[in-house]
Ligand binder design. Sequence first.
Ligand SMILES: Nc1nc2c(ncn2[C@@H]2O[C@H](COP(=O)(O)OP(=O)(O)O)[C@@H](O)[C@H]2O)c(=O)[nH]1
Ligand SMILES: *[C@@H]1O[C@H](CO)[C@@H](O)[C@H](O)[C@H]1NC(C)=O
Ligand SMILES: *[C@@H]1O[C@H](CO)[C@@H](O)[C@H](O)[C@H]1NC(C)=O
Ligand SMILES: [Mg+2]
Length: 430
Amino acid sequence: MRLWLYVSLLLLVNPIYGYDEDEADEVTISKKPENVSPAKPQRYLLYEVNFGEGFNLRRDVYMRMASLVHELREQGHNFVLVLPPWGNLYHWNDRAKKVPWNNLFDTEAMNAYVPVIEFYEYLKVNPYYVDEVVYLQHYKEGWKDGKWSERYEKRDCIEADKYYRKEGKFWKGYMYSYDHVKIHNLTCLSIQGESSTLAKAINEYYPNTNTLFIDRAETVIHNEYGGVEYWKIRRSMRYHKQLRFIADLFRQETLYVNMHEDKIVYPKDWRDERELQRVAVGGDYLAVHLRRKDFLRSHSDHVPDLNEAALQIIEVAQVLELSKVFICSDADEYELLDLEKQLNSSSITAYRFTTKKISDGAISLVDQWIAAKAAFFLGTHTSTFSYRIREDREIMHFPVETTFNSLCKYAKDMGNPKKCEQPAKWTIVY
Ligand SMILES: Nc1nc2c(ncn2[C@@H]2O[C@H](COP(=O)(O)OP(=O)(O)O)[C@@H](O)[C@H]2O)c(=O)[nH]1
Ligand SMILES: *[C@@H]1O[C@H](CO)[C@@H](O)[C@H](O)[C@H]1NC(C)=O
Ligand SMILES: *[C@@H]1O[C@H](CO)[C@@H](O)[C@H](O)[C@H]1NC(C)=O
Ligand SMILES: [Mg+2]
């Protein structure tokens, strides 16, 4: 690792670099993307997100890029989306790196929306080579006339030189912690807009570039947040079958859920999902996502302390007559034991999913899947981890009132929208 890069990374994530995993080799799924038109040359779109961003925002950025590639393909460009390996995430204590998507997600399901391949598969086709990095940035001077408007323009780089530097003929960058990837060109693109705006910029500036790597992909927003396309892509992002299986096993064996009574409709193929009555009942437990760590600082106005959280959980469980509470959290162990003790004294049994057998990323998805299938969900204000659970509940046809709820800072403010803001109801559309 080069010193300049090491320093700039340290500022953001403070990972442990002593540990260098071998190239991902537990690869199982390999698929050929379908072609738009066999006559057109194959092109590849790679992307990366700002270093400090967490897992669940990154899942959202995937959707924006899938939408971009989908649009480019509709225009006849034979693009394939290359999935950025997971790694160096601040919240992953196992410090996993170079994790392919097919360890965590059902990439075949994703592939049914837009052709996707893993980065290790890409490397076989274009060994350690990228034609052009397009580094997205804002406009140095801010909005035009103080107003937001859709626009894009190739500009001088503002900050890209912190992350990329020239080495001989080629550029070098972080590249998902794969060393030796050579980049031919680097340009900076000032952009205000959505996925479609970026599609226009690609058509104008890079009409023939075979392999485009979009960095700071979070800079572009969704074409339509919460629209039909949004939900289609979201539905295609199914969790790995094995992780869903582990979650369901936990529900059966630990939470004693009768899977025939929870009325959850979830077809084998997401393309068979249809608008239905909100018939899901879920398992007879309350699920709570209790976000701690950085949220205690960054969202201190909304995140309750443990006592205030316990009071709220007890009240909701009692109102709903649920004696089981599933807790998923990034809290420290001693905090959780304390919380469990408080629930216990109100005759509520708390459950958590813990294991050393799967990665931290995998555990978080199992947690989300168990929480998504609860009779009632209580999340943490503005956590994207909670948002993803709510989306899964929308996909599984839960009644709205069982989903869009968050813990308050103080138990006394429960039910008071002026003092305790509740999440916007982004309901599913087909
Ligand atoms: N297993 C597990 N991990 C969690 C939980 N809450 C937070 N985390 C971890 O902390 C990260 C939270 O960051 P992020 O995904 O950015 O969501 P946000 O910061 O809450 O919006 C997750 O990706 C997990 O790695 C939880 O309930 N269970
Ligand atoms: C790199 O950029 C130059 C100048 O824009 C262009 O002529 C060339 O084709 C680009 N090379 C690649 C590999 O994209
Ligand atoms: C509370 O804890 C005691 C002692 O561990 C246990 O026997 C009891 O079942 C718990 N009660 C509930 C409701 O979880
Ligand atoms: Mg985060």
